[in-house]
Design a protein around this ligand. Sequence first.
Ligand code: ATP
Ligand code: MG
Length: 656
Amino acid sequence: MPNMESVARFFSVVPDAMILVDSLGNIVLANENTYELFRYKMGDLGGEPVANLLPERYRASHGKHLEGYFHAPSVRGMGKGMELSAVRRDGSEFHVEISLSPFRSGEDLFALAAIRDISERKRLEDARRESQRQKEIAEERAQAAQALADRNEALRAIFEASPIGIITAAQDGTITQWNRAAERIYGISSEEAMGTSIWELNRAMETENDSAAVIHAEVSRGQELRDFQIRQRRKDRKTVEISLNSAPFHDPLGGNTGFVFLVDDISERKTIEQQLRQSQKMEAVGQLTGGIAHDFNNLLSIVICNLELLQERLPAHSEDRELADLALDAGLHGADLVKQLLAFSRKQNLDPQKIKLNELVLNMTNLLARSLGEQIEIVLEMASGVWPAVADPVQLQTALVNLATNARDAMAEGGKLVIQTGNAALDEAYAQQFADLTPGDYVMVAVTDTGTGMSAETIERAFDPFFTTKPAGEGTGLGLSMVFGFVKQSGGHVRIYSEEGHGTTVRLYLPRATHEPSKPTPIRALEHKHEASRARILIVEDNMDLAKSAHRVLSEAGYDVTVTTNAGTALEMLRSPTAFDVLFTDIILTHGTNGIELAQEAAKLKPGIKILFSSGFSEAALRASGKAAVAGHFIAKPYRKGDLVSRIGSVIEGRR
Ligand SMILES: Nc1ncnc2c1ncn2[C@@H]1O[C@H](COP(=O)(O)OP(=O)(O)OP(=O)(O)O)[C@@H](O)[C@H]1O
Ligand SMILES: [Mg+2]
């Protein structure tokens, strides 16, 4: 049985703090380690309640634990659910691990407690746990940052790849972002733009009054802009049409932190819209002019035919003859104007041929030099290897003369007229810029002058018939209209480039010849009355006066002529036994049957009958409208007496 002395000796050699407690909970013996651990003066713990070594808050429940232990004493090893807090003499707490074992001495039962300070271990554990936690937090942060970076990367890619200019600005207008599309649209690099003020930039780019101020006011008020269309001037002075959208952005508290601007360059769309409007206008004006010109044609035909008849009846050099001559001159001049109108409305009679453009221009130079005068120098810049073109050479010459005349008028003080030729392969991309252009191979001829140039408004209206800026009596405003109509009717394309004070270039694009166009059958001019005639001609013309003139002309030419203004009557006559050699009919007849139907009927009733059609519209225009499906000869109104006679002659000759 161990006595207290041997316990004390054992206490002095163990490395742990050890206490022997009696069943009342008082310390019987404590070793030196214990005094050291709890910082008591040697001897002070003897007889003290062991509960004093516990923090205040555990003392009450400690008594019960102690009682329980002495009731059923057992050995409890270190670190078995016995982690406790202890308190030093100075009141500071620390973590301990306690193991207990019952100790009997004689009749008395004690509890032997070994106490180990585990503060350091705890601290290390906590530190390890904390560092683990920090590591986890850092990892989470890194992941979040990566996700954010990925998202930013995607946003940046969208920002830069966007075809729409994206600009962000702070509340005060300072530009904070400027993407590549914005660089392209405005010609301003992101480096230049960043940090400058969007309001000032808008003001610098302004072309219309107050547009910058309007944007500033609206946007600052927190308004969104939707498709706000403005014209702005780029840094390189070029103007761009812009559609602007903007929206404010907010901080999480709802305050305005800045704006985003979306900038779309709609210049191309605008030009195409403008061109479409222009070509629709030309189409409408063309229809109108075509109609008027057609009526005038009839009237002028009558006037000219009758004046020619009258002229022949009047003695040469007489005063009356002179009056008739004057009237005929005026009539012919009128016919020229009507011809230009028909040209504009694309209804003139064209005789397209394969032409060598350079040759055609060279052949005209003497004529041009004469009409331009000595003040104007003519320069020819003709490309070699120019493709053959298809166009009516006579009309092309007229067009070039019209352009040269305009150039002369624009260079009152003299200057230079340059005629250029060349090939132009207009591709899809180029053609797309224009509302009315088919891509393909064209032959180009350009007439450039160093004259006054034209304002934008003048360019816009230059092709309009009767648009002129020249004083009354000097210009009719039909020159460019003719050029326009002729080129369009020829399947080509015409553009004006002009700058006020610098000069003008008008460029004609004519279709490239791909194959030999079929030559119209040559007509033998018959100046004289057809000797072997007395052929019988049926004239169908719903304009009574014109019918009468034709009647007179053809009777004088020695034909037997029957006239009617009505298709019904004409059919009756064709059904009668009377033999007709030629049916000369207008194509468009006011009532009932038209000229084509009449001709078809005539061919059945009188096989072998020759047909001569006439119309104010060109053959091509009629063919296009499906009105020239029947084989027959054709004479365009207004026709001159000689033309009609020779035409009838060749029609009849064709039979014989
Ligand atoms: N080369 C040019 N330089 C400057 N302005 C031009 C030129 N060509 C045409 N214009 C302008 O376009 C207008 C219309 O031209 P257009 O040839 O159709 O008629 P015009 O010359 O006035 O009369 P017309 O040709 O019938 O005698 C002219 O009045 C002029 O203002
Ligand atoms: Mg002119």
